[in-house]
Design a protein around this ligand. Structure first.
Ligand SMILES: [Zn+2]
Length: 666
């Protein structure tokens, strides 16, 4: 939300209700919403003159109200002062950008971001004006909008085959997956313009090809409002977080419920990019940084890919972005926003997230999160700088990236060719309590007790405060499983098979019924979430390994692990993986009891079982005396016998998918 769009009477009204000794708090609170983000004096940040209202300790509330009203009126009526302080490349270009090539954000001094139609129009103009750029679309949104794609490359290598033949690294940059966070769109359009038109960023396409999605969530992008991002300081209006069916695309990478995700996966499978960057804006605490970033860094990431991210992104791109006038940090999620000294708890993006998905495709996934409270200008410029330095690094040394991803693919492929019960494949991770000291560029903050919520709350000020806090960013493996040679999915689960196809996996459909020894799972301790998540009801459970012989009908699908995307296979089909299709509710019907016994039938059955089985009688009596809730539940007492009788449904809570650990003659 931009400061100027806050309704003035509401703010003044709420201020008037506070007592005089609350003025600091009022200003602290108010400062956070409107004043402070436009008053930052940081390197590379807009520097505006300090207003007298900042020194609030010595003035009365009445005077403060007058100052504030004046400040707000001026703020509403006048354009923001032009920024002359930034030393970032996109604003200090010589020669300056010709007027017809200014982006909408630049033309409006970063107060506005362009609509979908304007973005397409600008993209097509880039295509028409430069042999380096092609505009394409890669699918359709739920509401039928074309999903835009810009391809930037030298030497007419506009197809995956041509780019591969030329030995180019393929970099996919994505913006507006959360359409209320448009920074990447405006940064990317300016960067492609500076590469192809003004040529103030020469050499960035050497050895690489850029795929740029300026607006991924197109439908959400057109749900425009100044009020879509309550925490965010501009642009004046922005799109909405989800698609038109209320799906968060950044939770849809595995289940692939939306047409957008299906289109994205198809694009990915066609190009198999070597590097992925997703552009966002944070929520969370206030601090000095205008841009933060993150990549996954646990054992699920191929070691060579992680080493490349650390060497190139952490050790070169981030410092270069900082040297260009930004303040850069690793992504910051505080344990407690009201007490930053408790430290930072790192984030593990499971494969439902874009940057959690590309690591299981053996590709680096870089998350950019600009800081929501910074004005739009330093957020866009920070993104622009991070992107241009990334391109420069890959352009200078494409081979280290290409080697890292190629080797990771080969290792994944090789590991799937043999079955080794001693070799464990990690599918879930948890943070350890091992702290690393982190030098945090914070802002002064105070806490008070809210008479509205009744709880302590935090007010951030403007004064930079450097502090060292613990950062928890070491993950350990929480769950690991053995890797079978194949999975087999019965034909009667077409939704599951469709998702496997959408991920571009190698599958083999059986022509005949196949009777085979398999491993599978029985689910116990099944519990249900209190409500839907992303439109799905997600079960939690424990999975116990079972060994069975099952017959799979013709048309069932065998999924070999000897493929480059085997980590995707494991993460979809191992039930305990956090984004497995079981967790996403694809098999929910198997958790339902479908036959029910009448009490008077069970009464007779129970008596017969007790009479004929002394062991069962002892077990029943022990449970009666040791489990009070069981003893007081007549239905549970009868069901005790139903579950131990041959009438109980043995397929309930049984995973329909099989793990095959012997070699098949395919
Ligand atoms: Zn986001």
């Amino acid at each position: 939300m931009s400061g100027r769009s806050l309704p003035l009477p509401v703010l003044i009204g709420s201020l008037s209700s506070e007592s005089e000794n609350e003025t600091w708090k009022i200003f602290g609170l108010f400062d956070q919403i409107v004043v402070r983000p436009r008053d930052h004096g940081q390197a590379g940040m807009p520097v505006l003159p300090r207003l007298p209202v900042i020194n609030v300790q010595r003035i009365t509330l009445q005077r403060a109200e007058v100052f504030l009203a004046l400040f707000l009126c001026i703020g509403f009526l006048l354009p923001l002062p032009a920024n002359t302080q930034t030393n970032t490349m996109s604003q200090n270009q010589k020669p300056p950008v010709p007027a017809e090539w200014l982006t909408h954000a630049e033309k409006t001094d970063y107060r506005e971001t362009p609509s979908y139609a304007e973005t397409i129009e600008y993209s097509k103009r880039l295509d028409q004006a430069s042999p380096l750029i092609k505009f394409q679309t890669f699918g359709k949104s739920g509401q039928g909008r074309d999903l835009p794609l810009l391809i930037a490359t030298e030497g007419e290598t506009f197809t995956p085959e041509a780019a591969r033949r030329a030995g180019k690294a393929v970099i996919l940059i994505q913006a507006c997956i959360h359409a209320g966070e448009p920074d990447g769109k405006d940064a990317g359009l300016a960067l492609l313009r500076d590469i192809a038109i003004t040529k103030t960023q020469p050499g960035l396409l050497k050895n690489l090809l850029v795929l740029f999605i300026p607006i991924y969530n197109t439908d959400g992008h057109e749900r425009v409002s100044p009020y879509n991002r309550i925490n965010q300081n501009g642009p004046a209006e922005m799109g909405w977080r989800t698609t038109s069916t209320y799906q968060n695309l950044n939770r849809d990478y595995m289940k692939a419920d939306t047409p957008e995700t299906r289109a994205w996966l198809s694009l990915w499978n066609r190009w198999k990019p070597d590097l992925f960057i997703d552009c966002h804006v944070t929520d969370g605490a206030d601090y000095q940084y205008n841009i933060t970033y993150q990549h996954e860094h646990h054992e699920g990431v191929a070691p060579g890919v992680l080493a490349w991210e650390e060497r190139v992104i952490d050790q070169r791109v981030a410092p270069e972005t900082e040297a260009a006038g930004n303040i850069v940090s690793w992504y910051l999620e505080f344990i407690d926003n009201r007490d930053l000294t408790k430290g930072i708890r790192d984030f593990n993006g499971t494969p439902r997230f874009s940057t959690g998905y590309t690591p299981i495709r053996n590709r680096p996934g870089i998350l950019i999160e600009t800081h929501m409270l910074k004005p739009y200008r330093p957020r866009v410029i920070g993104t622009y700088d991070f992107l241009r330095f990334t391109l420069a690094e890959v352009s200078r040394d494409p081979e280290s990236l290409l080697t890292a991803v190629r080797e990771a693919d080969q290792k994944t492929l090789a590991a799937g060719r043999t079955y080794d019960p001693a070799r464990r494949f990690p599918i879930d991770f948890e943070l350890t309590d091992e702290p690393t000291p982190y030098k945090l560029k914070a802002l002064e903050y105070h806490t008070g007790t809210s008479d509205i919520s009744g709880a302590p709350y935090v007010m951030f000020g403007t004064k930079p405060v450097d502090m060292t806090v613990p950062m928890y960013k070491t993950f350990r493996v929480k769950t690991a499983v053995t890797r079978p040679l194949y999975y087999i999915v019965p034909v009667q689960w077409p939704d599951v098979i469709e998702v496997l196809r959408a991920h571009g996996l190698t599958l083999q459909t059986t022509q005949e019924p196949i009777a085979i020894d398999i491993e599978s799972y029985r689910f116990v301790d099944v519990k249900w979430a209190g409500g839907p998540f992303e439109g799905r009801l997600m079960p939690s459970f424990k999975a116990e390994l079972v060994h069975e012989r099952r017959t799979f009908p013709a048309g069932s699908v065998i999924v070999p692990l000897a493929q480059e995307s085997a980590k995707v296979v494991m993460n979809l089909l191992e039930p305990e993986a956090p984004d497995s299709l079981v967790h996403w509710g694809f098999f929910n019907a198997t958790f339902e009891q479908k036959e029910y016994a009448e009490n008077y039938i069970l009464e007779k059955l129970a008596r017969e079982m007790l009479a004929s089985n002394p062991g069962l009688r002892a077990e029943y009596e022990k449970k009666l005396s040791s489990d009070a809730s069981f003893a007081s539940n007549p239905r549970a007492r009868l069901e005790f016998f139903y579950r131990r009788s041959p009438y109980w449904d043995q397929q309930m809570n049984l995973y329909p998918v099989g793990r095959i650990i012997t070699r098949l003659a395919l």
